[in-house]
Design a protein around this ligand. Sequence first.
Ligand code: NAP
Length: 279
Amino acid sequence: MISNQRVAVVTGSSSGIGLETSLTLARNGFLTYATMRNLNKSENIISLAETEKLPLKTLQLDVVDDRSVENAIRSIRAESSRIDVLVNNAGYTVNGAFEEHAMEEIKAQFETNLFGLIRVTQAVLPIMRRQKSGIIVNISSAVGRFGYPGGSVYVSTKFAVEGLSESISYELEPFGIKVVLIEPGVIRTNIVNSMVTAKKSQDPNSPYSQLMQKVVRSLERMMENGSSADVVAKAVLEAVTTENPSLRYLAGKDIESWMEAKRSMSDEEFYKMMKENLK
Ligand SMILES: NC(=O)c1ccc[n+]([C@@H]2O[C@H](COP(=O)([O-])OP(=O)(O)OC[C@H]3O[C@@H](n4cnc5c(N)ncnc54)[C@H](OP(=O)(O)O)[C@@H]3O)[C@@H](O)[C@H]2O)c1
């Protein structure tokens, strides 16, 4: 039997934005594949889905693993025959002075945040192209549009996601496939606990030590006032249920003013403001 139910796939659904987005999509009628690399973390989402009788299934998908991605997408296609929404959410942050990052730390960050997104998107695109419809939602960041000290590697991955998304939107439009960037501000999730700090930047004798400490204190302050993950989930829902979605959606209470500053200030003024924020 062919169902009209729209099918959504979300990566990194074990916590934070991915978990909230999977639940929100399922609550709004999408048959949702809440994928995660470690299914041992699926208890919470499964129990919520059972209690609320949501159309939600969990599935193993590690974005850095070719075979895991292939298997997951193949089994979704076999079971549901279509994928209408892909939310590329899986990611983490590395922090540290650029000079002190080991190449392995940099490559690992790109492997998840950029190549992981590419791997999953390339696996899903043939399905969307054949069905002549679909929407790819890439969870970028406010820092997909401006840099900050200590964030050079993470920020680079998000700038890359922005450039990639903007470029493929031209290629995919003729096939009825839309591309959306979600740019969250500071959101209270597990991202702080999973943050990786460059080994050399942890050394108190590092020449960047003072600056890095300021950055971490400022990130912690911002996190305390961060928005909850449901504001991002709502932005995703809006994007995937609107007939003509915008390329970019901001999400989070602080983000509008940051973007306004970025739009209205010269690079020099913005730089000065960022430095003030780090005091
Ligand atoms: N929180 C913020 O302030 C903020 C702001 C802007 C953008 N973002 C972006 O939002 C996205 C989600 O982050 P979050 O804040 O919700 O953090 P989070 O709570 O730490 O969630 C990150 C998710 O990504 C998963 N993940 C990491 N590596 C993976 C891999 N190789 N394969 C599959 N899943 C993987 C994690 O799985 P495990 O549980 O197994 O680690 C987890 O489910 C990220 O792309 C992040 O850059 C966050």
